[in-house]
Ligand binder design. Structure first.
Ligand code: TXD
Length: 313
């Protein structure tokens, strides 16, 4: 069986984290691509030299040439600029759109069969732009945010209850911004619905912390944004595709009428397998959650309209 090829466009903090985790999991050979000379090459060589203790035979390489992503099975895009303290994700729109335009064109020309996972912020607008620029089927172009936001909520619930984070399931929907929606009834703790274990008041505090979790890390790091948890979250999505796992995850997917939304990318629960997004799951929300989701969609639309105008020129 031929080895799978995974291209990581952007060899910064998240790119480097993903390269290490992908090598460890032996999901395929990894190509790191970046505009900065030496960094993708250096990170690839550094991980290559650790393969003995890592017990992996994955092959990693680094390049400054987009042509080297040719024929990739999966392309994960983190290329762009991260936030600094005081910045919102939307402050990155203009500069990161220019980068996605270049990267998207390269993917279209060299890796037409790839499953493309966009991580660059502002996430919902960047994945929307990526789909328009590549023209790929929407099932093959997704954005990573919901896996991370849900994992953050699960972490805070686990810390509050003093239980294992791996036993907590959570769903956070909507746009990847302050308006994201954490669903109380959907959290399960080892199969037990959260409302049986935690009051709505306490949950609302954790939900607020989840919506602000990216900013909390930005303020601590001061020089960039979160990268370990975003890295492992994107790898989870790649793994679901490469191993045809039919994983149920929340991610930014293009809606075709589900939740009353058309064309836009927004965080919803989906099934990911060998065909990419194989199903979008439509879940029942409370009236309050529906209203919050609708508000989040309105915010996502503002940036999507900006992208549309940019594409029209
Ligand atoms: O949940 C989520 N989706 C996110 C998204 C969670 C955390 C961070 N998120 C966003 O990911 C963040 O706001 C940024 O837009 C991206 C990447 O974050 P990272 O922390 O990895 O940023 P770095 O370390 O600055 O890395 C970005 C790299 C850097 O090495 C640049 O030189 C490179 O991108 N870059 C490019 N690579 C290839 N091609 C082009 N054109 C290019 N431009 C910059």
């Amino acid at each position: 069986m031929a080895r799978k090829k995974i291209a990581l466009v952007g060899a910064g903090q998240i790119g480097g984290t993903m390269a290490l985790v992908l090598a460890q999991k032996q999901l395929g050979d990894v190509v790191l691509v970046d505009v900065v000379e030496g960094v993708p090459q250096g990170k690839a060589l550094d991980i290559m030299e650790g393969r003995l203790p890592l017990k992996t035979s994955a092959v990693l390489s680094g390049t400054n040439n987009y042509n080297d992503i040719a024929g990739s099975d999966v392309v994960i895009v983190t290329a762009g600029v991260p936030r600094k303290p005081g910045m919102t994700r939307d402050d990155l729109l203009e500069v990161n759109y220019g980068i996605i335009e270049k990267v998207g064109t390269a993917i279209k020309n060299t890796a037409p069969n790839a499953f493309v996972i966009v991580v660059t912020n502002p996430l919902d607008a960047m994945v929307y732009a990526m789909q328009k620029i590549t023209g790929f089927a929407s099932a093959k172009v997704v954005g990573m945010a919901g896996v991370l936001d849900s994992s953050r909520l699960a972490c805070f619930v686990a810390m509050e209850l003093g239980v294992a984070a791996e036993d907590v399931q959570a769903v956070v929907m909507g746009g990847h911004g302050p308006s994201m929606v954490s669903l109380y009834d959907f959290v399960s703790v080892g199969g037990i619905p959260l409302p049986q274990l935690m009051s709505k008041e306490v949950f609302d505090k954790l939900s607020k912390r989840t919506a602000d979790a990216g900013t909390e890390i930005v303020n601590l790091l001061k020089t960039g944004s979160a990268f370990y948890s975003p890295g492992v979250s994107a790898v989870k999505m790649a793994e679901a595709y490469l191993l045809d796992k039919k994983s149920v995850v929340t991610c930014a997917a293009q809606l075709a009428g589900q939740y009353g939304v058309k064309d836009l990318y927004c965080g919803v629960p989906v099934v990911i397998g060998e065909k990419g997004v194989e199903k979008i799951l439509e879940v029942k929300m409370t009236e309050e959650e529906k209203a919050a989701f609708a508000k989040s969609v309105t915010e996502v639309k503002v940036n999507a309209d900006w992208v549309d105008n940019k594409i029209k020129g």
